[in-house]
Ligand binder design. Sequence first.
Ligand SMILES: [Zn+2]
Length: 161
Amino acid sequence: MVDGRIVSGPNSIAGEWGHNPLPWPQADELPGPKCYCGKFGCQETYMAGTGLERDFREQTSRDLKGADIVAAAEAGDMQAEAALQRYEHRLARGLAAILNVIDPDVVVLGGGMSNQGRLYRNVPKLWGAFVFSDTVVTPLVKNRHGDSSGVRGAAWLWPAE
Ligand SMILES: [Zn+2]
């Protein structure tokens, strides 16, 4: 959004962040998981809730849903905590790349993972290492209309009657 308007771009792909590769990949993140788009290591394969679940399953051989991983971490499960820390570090890198290109006034998270309050505390502590600025003042905030705001926005494209 720029000046209150959606920017779609000539190819209608503005904001299609998820199918860019994870920035500043670590050795164990290459080539990355295969994405449904056909490429490897797309951010989508890490940042979606299913990405957290896959990472946790690969690292622990345990099969938990995203919300259960968060609950386990809160209960002191070190494997779950480590998975969330990996998730937050990846999200911080991914968002830092956005900040470096468009330096937005605010970053709003959507999707199911946006319900995890710890992201808003932890990710801004991590992204400064990757943003090309001595200080980063950009707020990272939760959406106001729920984790399916993309669907809500699509519905608003049609008149109510
Ligand atoms: Zn992809």
